[in-house]
Design a protein around this ligand. Structure first.
Ligand code: SF4
Length: 328
């Protein structure tokens, strides 16, 4: 492998072809950090509006550290994986205690919610640290470049791919190299039908030379998706809607507000079906039906909220969708 040639080619390609994304206009570690956390398991197009709104509301780490958790969760609502928002909050407080954003890899890695990949991305982009990133896009490109036939989900293979990226990373421009590698995976070396004719690495890519790029990377089998049916109740009284808040120790969506489900309120009188929609979370496909219902007495743990109040608190995505269906 001609490492110097690979570096030259990918950096030149990135300089000409990179997408104009809002977090690429800055090397401020706070902005890079927020973007990297939002981009975990979330598509670029979905992140952009959240990123811009979030930074308008919390323009720096001090504003984020000082914000009430409910306000932070409300700003995050809809992005999913809410542990990320809680970790951001805890990390902002830690950065405040440290007196500024840490600038070495081990200290960045110690922030809540920051793993190897995120620490490498922040460190290389904001502080020029030479740590290669290995997200899903980078792993796919490298597994094809080197014809890695083991499953990219296995620890041994990840170690081999990490060694490849650490060898390839440009020591003078580590941040740009990392971004270029991820960009190549996101826009050219696609999971299906990679665009090898437009790839700056085609000249060195072993999978392309062998014509097996569509067969890589190898993956261990994934569990099948499961279907779940849910029935939500829309209960109104004097212009207010009945809702409940998940406890702080809830495994999912802790602190978020939801509409009640039928089995939580056996005393409710169900009147008519008013909406239905689908919602997917990781490996579960939900089919959700919304019913209007009435209730003689307010059960313990439930609250009546105005539409304005509902707009100011963190709502689960299913509740947001249900309210949008019913109130439009
Ligand atoms: Fe991916 Fe094709 Fe480029 Fe190889 S040549 S890195 S398979 S896009």
């Amino acid at each position: 492998m001609d490492v110097a040639r690979l570096r030259r080619r990918i950096l030149s390609w990135y300089g000409k072809q990179k997408r104009d994304l809002p977090w690429r206009q800055s090397r401020d570690p706070y902005r890079i950090w927020i973007s990297e956390i939002m981009l975990q398991q979330t598509r670029v197009a979905a992140v952009i509006p959240y990123y811009e709104r979030f930074l308008a509301r919390f323009p720096d780490v001090l504003a984020l550290a000082a914000a009430p958790e409910q306000e932070l969760l409300a700003a995050w609502a809809g992005l999913g994986y809410y542990a990320r928002a809680r970790n951001l909050h805890a990390a902002a407080k830690k950065i405040q205690e440290l007196g500024g954003f840490p600038s070495d890899h081990p200290s960045i890695r110690e922030l809540p919610g920051v793993g190897d990949y995120t620490a490498a991305a922040i460190g290389s982009i904001a502080f020029n640290l030479r740590h290669g990133v290995l997200d899903g896009n980078a792993a796919r490109v490298l597994s094809r470049l080197t014809v890695e036939r083991g499953s990219i989900d296995s620890g041994v293979v990840k170690k081999r791919l990490r060694a490849s990226v650490d060898r390839l990373i440009d020591p003078k421009r580590p941040g740009e190299f990392n971004q270029a590698l991820m960009e190549l995976g996101a826009t050219v070396c696609l999971p299906k039908q990679p665009q090898c004719r437009q790839c700056p690495w085609a000249c060195e890519c072993q999978a392309f030379r062998l014509g097996i790029q569509d067969e890589l990377p190898m993956r261990a089998g994934r569990p099948e998706a499961v279907g779940v049916e849910k029935q939500l109740l829309m209960i109104e009284r004097a212009g207010k809607i009945l809702a409940w808040q998940r406890p702080a120790q809830s495994r999912r969506l802790a602190g978020f507000w939801e509409l009640p489900e039928t089995d939580q309120l056996p005393g409710a009188k169900v009147e008519s079906r008013v909406a239905g929609f689908r919602h997917t979370i990781v490996n579960t496909n939900y089919r959700i039906a919304v019913f209007r219902a009435s209730l003689a007495r307010t059960p313990k743990g439930f609250h009546w909220l105005t539409t304005k109040e509902l707009g100011e608190i963190p709502l689960s995505t299913t509740t947001k969708k249900a309210l949008a269906c019913v109130t439009k």
